[in-house]
Structures are given as structure tokens and as C-alpha cells.
Design a protein around this ligand. Structure first.
Ligand code: URA
Length: 206
């Protein structure tokens, strides 16, 4: 499984703003969107290209366009914070939604809402900003594979080593793009040092 850490200075600058506990919701939301542009750019950097002949105002030239469609799947809730950047960059993207919560008795991911477009032959970008235990991401990968996805990249803001190891076992074919690989998980499964609860900070539900 490939894991790409986006170490671009802008990405790390934005990440610092997100990690700072004093960053309030409006700036947190804006900064998430800015960072998402860089993460989505990296997650599509190996896309196939199709040659296209066009004419500039001056002369004919050989150019290229994306060689396959892109599906973006936002994992609730925090994945919604990345979706505007993804659809800005890829206006033709089809969008899926994956709602999952942890079953407090079994600790297993429990689906409460899914809606997926056709994904055969598409690059599927799963927006899962906090890769903690990996349970939700692995579940989302199971769902999209059942719908025919074979080319999957997870777009994460912060990842824990535990989540990466879990994904290696469950979905070794899935590429992970992340701005950071942090130290570990707390006893409540928060990433350390992390940035806290991404959904709460994005939506002001603290
Ligand atoms: N989800 C979050 O929002 N934050 C974490 O640290 C882990 C999971």
C-alpha cells in the first residue's frame, strides 16, 4: 500500500493552523478547504491522461485531458469539509456520501446513510480527514469496492500509524494521501498530537 505525505510548505502551514486549538471555526473551515486543494492535487497526480488536439487562438496544438472519470466520496461528517475543494478542482466529479458511526457495544462501524454514483472505471477519492483506527475508512472502501471501484485513493488530513497499519491489512491496494502521520491514538481513539475532533471544529459543535 502506498502512503504519500504531502510535505509542501503551504500544506504544513495550513496544518499548523488546523492543529492550533485557538483557531476558531470560520478560519478552521477555510483552512481545511485550502489544504484540501493540495491534498486532492496530490491524490490525482498519477491520473491517466488522454491526448487531445485543440486549437489555441494562434495554432493547433497537442494537449491532454483527464483519462478517466473521478468519483468523490465524503465520509460523514468531517469529509464534508473537503468536498468543496474537490468539486472546485474537478467540476465533473460524481459525488457519493458515506455515513458511518461506531457501534458503542461492538466498536464496529455502523452504516446510517450511503448514496453512491456508478464507480466502475473511475478514480475514487475517499475523503476521510482523520484516519484514526482505520475502521471507517476500511468500511468505506468495502462499500465502494462492492459498487465496482478498483482504483481508490484515500484523502486524509492527519493519519495515525494504527490506522495506516489497519488499512495495510484490510485494503493493501488503496493509496493514502495525507498531510501528516502523527504519533499514536489516545485511549478514546483521538489522534495525538492531532487537531481534536475535526467534525466539531468544522461545524462548531464543540
Ligand atoms: N476523528 C477526529 O475528528 N479526530 C481524531 O483525532 C480522530 C478521529
Amino acid at each position: 500500500m502506498s502512503v504519500t505525505q504531502v510535505d509542501h510548505p503551504l500544506a504544513q502551514h495550513y496544518l499548523t493552523t488546523l492543529r492550533d486549538r485557538n483557531t476558531a471555526t470560520p478560519l478552521f473551515r477555510e483552512t481545511t478547504r485550502r489544504l484540501a486543494y493540495l491534498l486532492v492535487a496530490e491524490a490525482t497526480s498519477d491520473m491517466p491522461r488522454t491526448p487531445k488536439q485543440i486549437e489555441t487562438p494562434l495554432e493547433p496544438t497537442s494537449a491532454s485531458v483527464l483519462g478517466k472519470p473521478i468519483v468523490v466520496v465524503a465520509v460523514f461528517r468531517a469529509g464534508l469539509g473537503l468536498i468543496d475543494a474537490a468539486t472546485d478542482l474537478i467540476p465533473n466529479a460524481r459525488i457519493g456520501y458515506a455515513g458511518v458511526q461506531r457501534n458503542e457495544e461492538t466498536a464496529e462501524p455502523m452504516e446510517y446513510y450511503t448514496k453512491f454514483p456508478t464507480m466502475t472505471d473511475a478514480r475514487v477519492l475517499i475523503l476521510e480527514p482523520m484516519l484514526a483506527t482505520g475502521g471507517s475508512l476500511a468500511w468505506a472502501c468495502d462499500q465502494v469496492k462492492q459498487k465496482g471501484a478498483t482504483d481508490i485513493t484515500a484523502v486524509c488530513v492527519v493519519s495515525a500509524p494504527e490506522g495506516i497499519a489497519f488499512m495495510k491489512g484490510r485494503h493493501p491496494d488503496v493509496r493514502i494521501v495525507t498531510a501528516a502521520i502523527d504519533r499514536d491514538l489516545s485511549e478514546n481513539f483521538y489522534i495525538r498530537p492531532g487537531l481534536g475532533d475535526m467534525g466539531d471544529r468544522l461545524f462548531g459543535t464543540v
